[in-house]
Design a protein around this ligand. Structure first.
Ligand code: NAD
Length: 344
């Protein structure tokens, strides 16, 4: 699959290749690899030939400018130049940092990703958003820039722990809720075997999710309108990540955010009771949380600092049935939207 942006940029998404095909793809390139400790210990032997590996500290709390600066210093020390190719091999955090570092080092180098978590394969590596957090506020610093390629090898998910796999499923469920009622039903019917790592099913849901995201990104790379739909569950999800000190994984926080969005959509009549139940059941079957136990006031406070707010309003994504969403501006200070009855 090729993502084509209006400015002529393209990004190749490879879902039928394995990490073993990288040496051929990168032949002749001077490659520097960014990864994290765990991925390096599991897959370092399979990395393509390279000029140097930079091992990033893992965890959301390290997705910061300090880590970016440290990686830049290592690239300088290892002799990366304008012709070098930067390859991120790891989860969403490695991909976010790699894309950002590659975009600013010497004003921008070519780069690609091998996403190794389900979440990174279906979401974080695709779409050209690369950024880091600031003081716990998510993705406050970043750039839009497309990787040359994204290679998703579902066999690498074998080593992923179950909690991470489930967190990735949250983003797949999000894709289904935004644009694909059939994918939603497929997940309802196959969630158990997907959790058992059935490779054909994993490849199917990765490809479907990427196709949905690609279509939206092609229409609106810079998030002027349509792309906001991908934020379903994320406004509250980011607030949960911030206010829980990252107790929840990103996908778990998004799950709670989606449950909340579904309750709110039902309340305003955009979702039937039975559709609401289907959404909550699927999240539960996928082993995802539905509530965070964080006071609404604290969440509203964090939403007030969300980079997507404008003035006193924030664009909130409501479900319009299953497989469709609608963007509506809502007041941040109106406590109605995030409230006690919703048992957040
Ligand atoms: N840029 C975007 O468009 C976008 C979209 C969605 C999410 N994100 C970002 O992605 C990040 C979350 O990504 P994530 O969930 O992949 O987390 P992560 O990068 O922290 O990876 C999760 C854990 O899994 C380990 N891991 C990775 N691959 C593995 C494998 N194959 N086997 C065993 N362990 C493995 C990692 O070492 C890490 O400990 C968040 O920071 C989120 O904001 C970005």
């Amino acid at each position: 699959m090729i993502i084509k942006l209006p400015d002529g940029t393209t990004s190749a998404i490879l879902t039928n290749e394995s990490i073993a095909s990288l040496p051929a793809r990168l032949k002749g390139e001077q490659v520097f690899v960014l990864t994290d400790r765990k991925v390096y210990s599991l897959y370092g032997n399979a990395f393509p030939p390279n000029e140097g590996v930079i091992v990033l500290p893992d965890g959301e709390k390290n997705k910061t400018l300090d880590t970016v600066a440290a990686a830049v210093r290592q690239l300088i020390a290892k002799g990366a130049d304008r012709k070098s190719f930067i390859l991120g091999i790891g989860g969403g955090i490695v991909c976010d940092i790699t894309g950002f570092v590659a975009s600013i080092y010497m004003r921008g180098l070519r780069f690609g990703f091998v996403p190794t978590t389900l979440l990174a394969q279906v979401d974080a590596s695709v779409g050209g958003k690369n950024g880091v957090n600031c003081d716990g506020y998510k993705n406050m610093i970043g750039v839009f820039n497309q990787p040359e390629f994204v290679l998703c090898d579902v066999n690498m998910l074998d080593t992923l722990d179950c909690r991470q796999l489930k967190a990735g499923l949250a983003e797949v469920i999000k894709s289904a809720l935004i644009a694909d009622a059939e994918l939603f039903r497929y997940l309802e019917n196959n969630i158990a075997s997907i959790l058992n790592l059935d490779k054909n099913q994993l490849r199917f849901i990765v490809e479907r999710s990427i196709a949905i995201k690609a279509q939206i990104v092609e229409a609106d790379e810079r998030e002027a309108g349509e792309r906001k739909k991908l934020n379903l569950g994320h406004t509250i999800g980011h607030a949960i990540e911030k206010q829980s000190n990252n107790k929840f994984l990103h996908g778990e926080a998004v799950s709670i955010g989606m449950a909340m969005a579904a309750y709110m959509s039902a309340r305003v009549g955009m979702l039937s009771e039975s559709e609401l139940k289907r959404i909550l059941h699927l999240l539960e079957w996928a082993g995802l949380p539905l509530s965070a136990g964080i006071p609404t006031k604290k969440l509203v406070e964090a939403v007030g600092k969300d980079k997507k707010k404008h003035g006193n309003t924030v664009s909130f994504i409501f479900n319009k049935g299953i497989g469709n969403v609608e963007i509506k501006d809502i007041s941040i200070t109106n406590y109605e939207w995030g409230n006690k009855n919703l048992q957040l």
